[in-house]
Design a protein around this ligand. Structure first.
Ligand code: FES
Length: 336
Protein backbone atom coordinates (compact mmCIF):
# COMPACT_ATOMS: atom_id res chain seq x y z
CA UNK A 1 0.00 0.00 0.00
CA UNK A 2 1.34 3.43 -0.84
CA UNK A 3 0.24 7.01 -0.18
CA UNK A 4 0.51 10.09 -2.33
CA UNK A 5 2.63 13.03 -1.17
CA UNK A 6 2.16 16.40 -2.78
CA UNK A 7 4.52 19.35 -2.27
CA UNK A 8 2.31 22.40 -1.84
CA UNK A 9 4.63 24.96 -3.43
CA UNK A 10 6.01 22.92 -6.31
CA UNK A 11 4.38 20.89 -9.01
CA UNK A 12 5.71 17.69 -7.43
CA UNK A 13 3.87 14.55 -6.36
CA UNK A 14 5.41 11.24 -5.36
CA UNK A 15 4.38 7.97 -3.75
CA UNK A 16 5.57 6.76 -0.39
CA UNK A 17 5.45 3.09 0.50
CA UNK A 18 4.36 1.88 3.93
CA UNK A 19 7.85 0.81 5.03
CA UNK A 20 9.80 3.90 3.96
CA UNK A 21 10.25 7.42 5.26
CA UNK A 22 8.95 10.38 3.29
CA UNK A 23 12.51 11.54 2.61
CA UNK A 24 13.56 8.09 1.30
CA UNK A 25 10.56 8.04 -1.01
CA UNK A 26 11.29 11.52 -2.38
CA UNK A 27 14.97 10.76 -3.04
CA UNK A 28 14.16 7.38 -4.58
CA UNK A 29 11.91 9.12 -7.09
CA UNK A 30 14.48 11.80 -7.95
CA UNK A 31 13.08 14.68 -5.86
CA UNK A 32 15.85 16.36 -3.96
CA UNK A 33 14.63 17.55 -0.55
CA UNK A 34 17.14 19.03 1.91
CA UNK A 35 18.62 16.78 4.60
CA UNK A 36 21.68 16.38 6.79
CA UNK A 37 22.05 13.43 9.17
CA UNK A 38 19.06 11.28 8.08
CA UNK A 39 18.89 10.28 11.72
CA UNK A 40 16.33 12.62 13.19
CA UNK A 41 18.96 14.79 14.85
CA UNK A 42 19.95 17.84 12.80
CA UNK A 43 16.54 19.23 11.78
CA UNK A 44 17.63 19.89 8.16
CA UNK A 45 14.71 17.88 6.75
CA UNK A 46 12.04 19.76 8.74
CA UNK A 47 8.88 20.44 6.71
CA UNK A 48 5.32 21.47 7.45
CA UNK A 49 2.51 18.95 7.12
CA UNK A 50 -0.39 20.88 5.64
CA UNK A 51 -2.78 17.93 5.61
CA UNK A 52 -2.70 14.21 6.32
CA UNK A 53 -1.24 12.00 9.06
CA UNK A 54 2.29 10.83 9.76
CA UNK A 55 3.91 8.60 12.35
CA UNK A 56 7.40 7.96 13.76
CA UNK A 57 7.84 4.18 14.11
CA UNK A 58 11.07 4.71 16.14
CA UNK A 59 9.48 7.30 18.43
CA UNK A 60 9.57 11.08 18.22
CA UNK A 61 13.02 12.09 16.87
CA UNK A 62 15.39 14.08 19.11
CA UNK A 63 15.77 16.80 16.49
CA UNK A 64 12.09 17.71 16.68
CA UNK A 65 11.61 20.70 19.00
CA UNK A 66 8.87 20.70 21.66
CA UNK A 67 6.57 23.00 19.74
CA UNK A 68 7.42 21.67 16.28
CA UNK A 69 4.81 18.90 16.31
CA UNK A 70 2.15 21.24 17.70
CA UNK A 71 2.84 23.65 14.85
CA UNK A 72 2.55 20.86 12.31
CA UNK A 73 6.26 20.40 11.54
CA UNK A 74 7.77 16.99 10.89
CA UNK A 75 11.22 15.53 10.27
CA UNK A 76 10.89 13.80 6.91
CA UNK A 77 13.91 11.53 7.43
CA UNK A 78 12.03 9.73 10.20
CA UNK A 79 8.36 10.32 9.39
CA UNK A 80 6.25 7.75 7.59
CA UNK A 81 2.93 8.50 5.89
CA UNK A 82 -0.31 7.24 7.40
CA UNK A 83 -2.48 8.83 4.71
CA UNK A 84 -2.09 10.93 1.58
CA UNK A 85 -0.19 14.09 2.48
CA UNK A 86 0.24 17.69 1.42
CA UNK A 87 3.59 19.05 2.62
CA UNK A 88 5.25 22.45 2.48
CA UNK A 89 8.93 21.74 1.91
CA UNK A 90 11.91 23.40 0.27
CA UNK A 91 13.52 21.56 -2.66
CA UNK A 92 17.16 21.45 -3.70
CA UNK A 93 17.16 22.88 -7.20
CA UNK A 94 20.78 23.99 -7.59
CA UNK A 95 24.10 23.28 -5.94
CA UNK A 96 23.78 26.59 -4.05
CA UNK A 97 20.79 25.20 -2.13
CA UNK A 98 22.99 22.74 -0.22
CA UNK A 99 24.92 23.85 2.85
CA UNK A 100 28.70 23.37 2.77
CA UNK A 101 29.82 21.18 5.69
CA UNK A 102 32.92 19.48 7.07
CA UNK A 103 33.00 15.81 8.08
CA UNK A 104 35.48 13.35 9.54
CA UNK A 105 35.61 10.14 7.50
CA UNK A 106 37.42 6.84 7.44
CA UNK A 107 39.02 5.14 4.43
CA UNK A 108 37.12 1.86 4.19
CA UNK A 109 38.65 0.69 0.91
CA UNK A 110 41.71 1.61 -1.11
CA UNK A 111 42.00 -0.29 -4.37
CA UNK A 112 44.15 0.03 -7.49
CA UNK A 113 42.11 0.47 -10.69
CA UNK A 114 45.16 0.86 -12.95
CA UNK A 115 48.90 1.52 -12.56
CA UNK A 116 48.23 5.15 -11.69
CA UNK A 117 44.63 5.36 -10.48
CA UNK A 118 43.26 4.20 -7.16
CA UNK A 119 39.69 4.13 -5.91
CA UNK A 120 39.14 5.35 -2.37
CA UNK A 121 35.94 4.60 -0.51
CA UNK A 122 35.39 7.00 2.38
CA UNK A 123 32.82 6.31 5.06
CA UNK A 124 31.20 9.05 7.08
CA UNK A 125 30.23 8.46 10.72
CA UNK A 126 26.94 6.55 10.99
CA UNK A 127 25.06 9.65 12.12
CA UNK A 128 26.23 11.78 9.17
CA UNK A 129 25.29 12.05 5.51
CA UNK A 130 26.70 14.20 2.72
CA UNK A 131 23.90 15.56 0.61
CA UNK A 132 25.19 16.46 -2.86
CA UNK A 133 24.17 16.60 -6.50
CA UNK A 134 25.62 14.18 -9.04
CA UNK A 135 28.78 15.67 -10.55
CA UNK A 136 29.89 17.68 -7.50
CA UNK A 137 33.23 17.32 -5.68
CA UNK A 138 34.66 17.45 -2.17
CA UNK A 139 37.87 18.86 -0.73
CA UNK A 140 40.16 16.73 1.39
CA UNK A 141 41.51 18.96 4.16
CA UNK A 142 45.15 18.21 4.82
CA UNK A 143 47.00 18.67 8.10
CA UNK A 144 49.11 21.56 6.80
CA UNK A 145 45.97 23.53 5.94
CA UNK A 146 46.16 22.74 2.22
CA UNK A 147 43.25 21.09 0.46
CA UNK A 148 42.84 18.83 -2.55
CA UNK A 149 39.67 18.55 -4.63
CA UNK A 150 38.25 15.26 -5.91
CA UNK A 151 35.01 14.57 -7.75
CA UNK A 152 32.53 12.20 -6.18
CA UNK A 153 32.15 9.12 -8.39
CA UNK A 154 29.09 7.68 -6.65
CA UNK A 155 25.48 8.75 -7.19
CA UNK A 156 23.88 11.00 -4.52
CA UNK A 157 21.78 8.15 -3.09
CA UNK A 158 25.02 6.75 -1.65
CA UNK A 159 25.51 9.59 0.78
CA UNK A 160 27.42 7.85 3.58
CA UNK A 161 29.89 5.94 1.44
CA UNK A 162 31.80 8.20 -0.95
CA UNK A 163 33.89 7.08 -3.92
CA UNK A 164 36.90 9.01 -5.24
CA UNK A 165 39.27 8.21 -8.13
CA UNK A 166 42.79 9.43 -7.39
CA UNK A 167 45.39 9.65 -10.10
CA UNK A 168 49.08 9.51 -9.24
CA UNK A 169 51.25 12.52 -10.03
CA UNK A 170 54.92 12.88 -9.19
CA UNK A 171 55.03 15.38 -6.36
CA UNK A 172 51.23 15.53 -6.09
CA UNK A 173 50.66 16.32 -2.41
CA UNK A 174 47.69 14.09 -1.77
CA UNK A 175 48.24 11.58 -4.56
CA UNK A 176 51.78 10.72 -3.34
CA UNK A 177 50.38 10.19 0.15
CA UNK A 178 47.41 8.18 -1.17
CA UNK A 179 49.60 5.84 -3.23
CA UNK A 180 52.41 5.39 -0.72
CA UNK A 181 51.13 5.77 2.84
CA UNK A 182 47.37 5.77 2.97
CA UNK A 183 45.81 2.58 4.32
CA UNK A 184 42.34 1.35 5.11
CA UNK A 185 41.02 2.83 8.37
CA UNK A 186 42.99 6.07 7.86
CA UNK A 187 41.00 9.05 9.14
CA UNK A 188 40.56 12.08 6.90
CA UNK A 189 38.63 15.32 7.05
CA UNK A 190 36.57 16.49 4.09
CA UNK A 191 34.48 19.50 3.14
CA UNK A 192 31.64 19.49 0.65
CA UNK A 193 29.71 19.45 -1.48
CA UNK A 194 31.35 21.84 -3.95
CA UNK A 195 31.04 22.66 -7.64
CA UNK A 196 28.40 23.45 -10.21
CA UNK A 197 29.02 20.54 -12.61
CA UNK A 198 25.54 19.05 -12.21
CA UNK A 199 22.84 17.70 -14.49
CA UNK A 200 20.50 20.31 -16.03
CA UNK A 201 16.98 19.53 -17.13
CA UNK A 202 16.39 19.69 -20.87
CA UNK A 203 14.91 17.61 -23.66
CA UNK A 204 18.10 17.67 -25.74
CA UNK A 205 20.41 14.65 -26.14
CA UNK A 206 23.62 14.77 -24.13
CA UNK A 207 27.26 14.35 -25.08
CA UNK A 208 29.46 13.59 -22.05
CA UNK A 209 33.21 13.90 -22.40
CA UNK A 210 35.73 12.72 -19.82
CA UNK A 211 39.50 13.00 -19.85
CA UNK A 212 41.32 10.50 -17.54
CA UNK A 213 39.84 10.61 -14.03
CA UNK A 214 37.25 13.08 -15.34
CA UNK A 215 35.42 9.75 -15.59
CA UNK A 216 34.56 10.03 -11.87
CA UNK A 217 31.86 12.75 -12.03
CA UNK A 218 30.58 11.32 -15.32
CA UNK A 219 30.06 8.00 -13.51
CA UNK A 220 28.09 9.83 -10.82
CA UNK A 221 25.96 11.64 -13.43
CA UNK A 222 25.25 8.53 -15.49
CA UNK A 223 24.44 6.37 -12.45
CA UNK A 224 22.15 9.10 -11.16
CA UNK A 225 20.34 9.41 -14.50
CA UNK A 226 19.93 5.61 -14.68
CA UNK A 227 18.51 5.45 -11.16
CA UNK A 228 16.02 8.15 -12.09
CA UNK A 229 15.10 6.50 -15.36
CA UNK A 230 16.15 9.57 -17.35
CA UNK A 231 15.85 8.40 -20.96
CA UNK A 232 17.71 11.28 -22.61
CA UNK A 233 20.21 9.83 -25.13
CA UNK A 234 23.77 10.02 -23.79
CA UNK A 235 26.85 9.67 -25.98
CA UNK A 236 29.81 9.21 -23.68
CA UNK A 237 33.35 9.84 -24.98
CA UNK A 238 36.19 8.82 -22.66
CA UNK A 239 39.63 10.07 -23.67
CA UNK A 240 42.76 8.34 -22.38
CA UNK A 241 46.34 7.82 -23.50
CA UNK A 242 46.24 4.02 -23.69
CA UNK A 243 43.62 1.29 -23.23
CA UNK A 244 45.11 0.56 -19.78
CA UNK A 245 44.09 4.09 -18.73
CA UNK A 246 40.40 3.31 -19.37
CA UNK A 247 40.35 2.04 -15.82
CA UNK A 248 36.62 1.18 -15.64
CA UNK A 249 36.15 0.35 -19.31
CA UNK A 250 33.98 -2.70 -18.54
CA UNK A 251 31.58 -0.61 -16.48
CA UNK A 252 31.16 1.92 -19.31
CA UNK A 253 30.62 -0.93 -21.82
CA UNK A 254 27.89 -2.35 -19.59
CA UNK A 255 26.08 0.98 -19.47
CA UNK A 256 25.91 0.93 -23.21
CA UNK A 257 25.18 -2.83 -23.53
CA UNK A 258 22.32 -2.64 -21.01
CA UNK A 259 20.77 0.70 -21.96
CA UNK A 260 19.78 1.54 -25.50
CA UNK A 261 19.98 5.29 -24.87
CA UNK A 262 23.65 5.20 -23.82
CA UNK A 263 26.52 4.96 -26.30
CA UNK A 264 30.14 4.53 -25.19
CA UNK A 265 33.08 5.78 -27.27
CA UNK A 266 36.54 5.28 -25.80
CA UNK A 267 39.23 7.37 -27.54
CA UNK A 268 42.99 6.74 -27.26
CA UNK A 269 45.51 9.52 -27.83
CA UNK A 270 48.95 7.84 -27.58
CA UNK A 271 49.57 6.76 -31.18
CA UNK A 272 52.71 4.84 -30.14
CA UNK A 273 50.78 2.55 -27.80
CA UNK A 274 47.69 1.56 -29.74
CA UNK A 275 48.61 -2.16 -29.73
CA UNK A 276 46.02 -3.24 -32.28
CA UNK A 277 43.33 -0.84 -30.96
CA UNK A 278 40.45 -0.68 -33.44
CA UNK A 279 38.45 2.11 -31.81
CA UNK A 280 38.62 5.89 -32.06
CA UNK A 281 41.98 7.66 -31.80
CA UNK A 282 43.30 11.18 -31.34
CA UNK A 283 42.19 13.87 -28.91
CA UNK A 284 38.81 13.20 -27.42
CA UNK A 285 37.29 16.56 -28.42
CA UNK A 286 38.37 15.94 -32.02
CA UNK A 287 36.67 12.56 -31.97
CA UNK A 288 33.42 14.26 -30.89
CA UNK A 289 33.71 16.82 -33.70
CA UNK A 290 34.45 14.09 -36.24
CA UNK A 291 31.15 12.43 -35.29
CA UNK A 292 29.15 15.67 -34.94
CA UNK A 293 29.67 18.44 -37.44
CA UNK A 294 26.61 20.17 -35.95
CA UNK A 295 26.35 20.42 -32.15
CA UNK A 296 23.44 22.86 -32.07
CA UNK A 297 20.96 20.27 -30.75
CA UNK A 298 23.07 19.00 -27.84
CA UNK A 299 23.90 19.62 -24.20
CA UNK A 300 27.60 19.00 -23.55
CA UNK A 301 29.05 17.90 -20.20
CA UNK A 302 32.85 17.80 -20.07
CA UNK A 303 35.25 17.03 -17.23
CA UNK A 304 38.99 16.66 -17.56
CA UNK A 305 42.32 18.48 -17.61
CA UNK A 306 42.43 22.19 -18.50
CA UNK A 307 43.79 21.72 -22.07
CA UNK A 308 40.86 19.42 -22.90
CA UNK A 309 38.29 21.88 -21.54
CA UNK A 310 40.03 24.80 -23.28
CA UNK A 311 39.96 22.95 -26.61
CA UNK A 312 36.24 22.25 -26.20
CA UNK A 313 35.40 25.84 -25.21
CA UNK A 314 37.38 27.18 -28.17
CA UNK A 315 36.28 24.76 -30.87
CA UNK A 316 32.71 23.62 -30.13
CA UNK A 317 30.85 26.96 -30.57
CA UNK A 318 32.06 27.07 -34.20
CA UNK A 319 30.10 23.84 -34.65
CA UNK A 320 26.85 25.40 -33.49
CA UNK A 321 27.08 24.70 -29.77
CA UNK A 322 25.23 27.28 -27.69
CA UNK A 323 27.73 28.27 -24.95
CA UNK A 324 24.94 28.09 -22.34
CA UNK A 325 24.62 24.39 -23.06
CA UNK A 326 28.23 23.58 -22.24
CA UNK A 327 28.73 22.45 -18.64
CA UNK A 328 32.31 21.76 -17.68
CA UNK A 329 34.63 21.00 -14.80
CA UNK A 330 38.33 21.52 -15.32
CA UNK A 331 40.67 19.92 -12.83
CA UNK A 332 44.24 20.90 -12.23
CA UNK A 333 47.07 18.44 -11.75
CA UNK A 334 49.00 20.87 -9.56
CA UNK A 335 51.88 19.34 -7.68
CA UNK A 336 51.54 21.70 -4.76
S1 FES B 1 18.14 14.86 8.10
FE1 FES B 1 18.78 15.39 10.09
S2 FES B 1 16.92 15.41 11.16
FE2 FES B 1 16.34 14.68 9.25
Amino acid sequence: MSYKVQLSEQDITFNVEKHETILEAALRQGHSLPYGCRNGLCGSCKAKIISGDISYPDGSPDGLGKDDSKQGFALLCKAQAKSDLIIKARTIDTAADIKLRQFPCRVSKCEKLSDDVIRLILELPKSERLQFLAGQYIDILMRDGKRRSFSLANPPEEDQRLELHIRYYDGGLFSEYAFKDLTEKTLLRIEGPLGQFTLHESDRPIIMIAGGTGFAPVKSLIEYSLKNNDQRPIEFYWGARTSADLYLDEMAKQWSDNHKHIEYNPVLSDSNKLNGWKGKTGFVHEAVLKDHADLSGYDIYACGPPPMIKAIVESFPAHGLNRDRLFSDSFEFAAN
